[in-house]
Design a protein around this ligand. Structure first.
Ligand code: HEM
Length: 505
């Protein structure tokens, strides 16, 4: 039996088929749009049931200061009063977590960077603290090597971009602690580790400007995704042979435990691969990405601001040099210990004041709720909400030094040092609700004892060896700039601030 169709009926069938297809597509588009509309509406409604609590978001402006008291948005953040941190700080991670906040803010789903599990946090909190005195001479060696390579060895002034100069000191110094020598000076490891955090921040900031629904699709088309993958590949391929050797228990690697793959060693001790069927070397890669993310740029920004302040308030140069020279007279730089650095109280006060005046963000203590949380103010924050506190400089009433809060006065921290505790408010490394520079509570920066020592150590080497001044004959320090929640000096790409260096006369 055959089927015979004339040309007219073929055309009619094709037209009918096309119309039906168009109808189905049209219906699908309408249904999807209606669903998106209702999901979006429900999400907005749920997130806005917070009467009286200010919300900020990322709509059109790149300067969040003006938006701090506005509501609505794509990733609303509930800004809690600083005294509420005290009542929330001990909540379990299943209710309120830092990782949840990192996951959302820095798109961990697509970057796999920024997540901090207990193995990494404990390696930094305990193993680093335990070993630091043993490897401290290598840090002194690296500071000298990296600074002499990065800063001009000349008696005449030359202008430099601070970020570039300082990241090329902090990167290898931090690397000396993390991966040891010679890998810390390897160009591929170094550039991948430095570029990684920048790529993640640029990528996640770009992604956050879109509503949550199209993000999974857009996540793969950003050119920054390639930059992230490149940096991760550079880090992973650099440390893969160390992991392999260590897992084989190679004697050669074991015989130089303090110089080769230190972080790998700490992590393997904690993951216990031989007893842990869940273990996969990708966890070690991830921890290295996260630490590059957490530990390279924070110290660099503190140093950038400290050097700008040194150039802007030159009256502090002589007393700082006197303090540093006193230590150098007793022991040369290469023989300094952590105690040497801790003895320099003006240096500590100067760094603290610089960090206070130049907060790295307008908010701190970034968290995400996973269950409803009721504050003592009577407000209930729903699950899946980003939470943060205003950084104390913007919250003058919470701080004892509020009277002259706008003045740069390192001396304020020297007046009463009677409290000997590591978190005493006068210390640079204090993590209190009056100083959220390093966060607060059980997830406060676990690398800060090492981080602040490194910052002061690098700064003292620079102050002892180089003269600094603002480039272009400028006398007054620059105003910081705000993008999103981040505050930065007007260095590239936000401005052209440069600092002049020459060898100390
Ligand atoms: C010196 C400049 C540094 C600054 C300004 C800084 C800042 C911070 C901040 C604000 C947090 C979040 C704390 C919270 O939300 O409560 C944090 C967490 C962390 N930082 Fe730092 N950090 C610095 C250096 C370092 C260094 C050098 C390391 C490693 C050696 C490090 C390792 C970590 C780790 C592992 C966490 C996560 C802690 C956890 O979740 O339990 N940081 N840091």
């Amino acid at each position: 039996m055959g089927i015979s169709l004339d040309a007219g009926s073929i055309i009619r069938n094709v037209v009918r088929y096309c119309l039906r297809l168009f109808f189905y597509l049209f219906t699908a588009v309408i249904i999807t749009s209606v669903c998106i509309f209702f999901i979006h509406k429900r999400e907005r409604k749920r997130k806005l049931l917070l009467p009286g609590i200010p919300l900020v978001h990322s709509p059109k402006s790149s300067d969040f200061r003006t938006l701090l008291d506005q509501a609505n948005g794509k990733d609303p953040t509930v800004i809690i009063p600083p005294h509420c941190i005290e009542e929330l700080k001990n909540l379990p991670d299943s209710q309120l977590s830092t990782n949840g906040s990192m996951y959302d803010r820095f798109a961990i789903r697509w970057t796999n960077s920024g997540w901090v599990d207990k193995e990494l946090a404990h390696s930094i909190k305990y193993d680093l603290a335990n070993d630091v005195d043993d490897f401290f001479p290598t840090i002194q060696d690296e500071i000298q090597h990296a600074s002499d390579n990065s800063l001009p060895i000349s008696d005449s002034w030359s202008s430099h971009g601070l970020q570039e100069v300082l990241i090329n000191i902090v990167g290898p110094v931090l690397g000396r602690m993390m991966v040891g020598s010679p890998l810390n000076r390897d160009t591929r490891w170094l550039s991948s580790s430095i570029d990684h955090a920048i790529a993640v921040v640029v990528y996640s900031t770009w992604l956050r400007q879109f509503p949550s629904i199209p993000r999974p699709m857009l996540a793969h088309i950003s050119p920054q995704k390639r930059a992230i993958e490149r940096s991760k590949k550079g880090i992973s391929e650099s440390i893969a042979p160390i992991i392999e050797e260590r897992m084989k228990g190679n004697q050669k690697v074991k015989s130089s435990p303090f110089e080769n793959g230190r972080l790998v060693r700490w992590l393997l001790k904690r993951y216990k691969p031989s007893q842990n069927p869940e273990f996969d070397p990708s966890l070690i890669f991830r921890d290295h990405y996260s630490l590059c993310f957490a530990a390279i740029h924070g110290p660099t920004f503190l140093l950038v601001q400290a050097i700008i302040d040194l150039a802007s308030y030159p009256q502090y140069l002589t007393p700082l040099r006197e303090e540093i020279d006193r230590e150098l007279l007793n022991v040369p730089f290469e023989g300094w210990t952590r105690e040497t650095v801790a003895r320099m109280k003006l240096l500590d006060a100067f760094c603290k004041e610089s960090a206070r005046m130049n907060l790295q963000g307008i908010i701190g203590w970034l968290r995400k709720t996973h269950k409803p949380i009721t504050l003592s103010t009577g407000h209930t924050i729903p699950p899946n909400t980003l939470v943060a506190a205003k950084n104390p400089r913007y919250n003058a009433r919470a701080t004892p030094w509020a009277e002259n809060a706008e003045e740069f006065r390192p001396e304020r921290w020297l007046q009463d040092q009677s409290d000997p505790s590591p978190n005493a408010n006068w210390r640079f490394e204090a993590a209190t609700i009056d100083s959220l520079i390093f966060g607060y509570g059980k997830h406060a920066c676990s690398g800060r004892p090492f981080g602040v020592t490194m910052v002061k150590d690098i700064l003292s080497y620079i102050v002892a060896k180089w003269d600094v001044r603002l480039a272009g004959g400028k006398r007054e320090g620059p105003q910081n700039k705000s993008i999103d929640f981040v505050v930065m000096p007007p260095i590239e790409p936000l401005g052209d601030l440069k600092v002049d260096f020459k060898l100390r006369s």
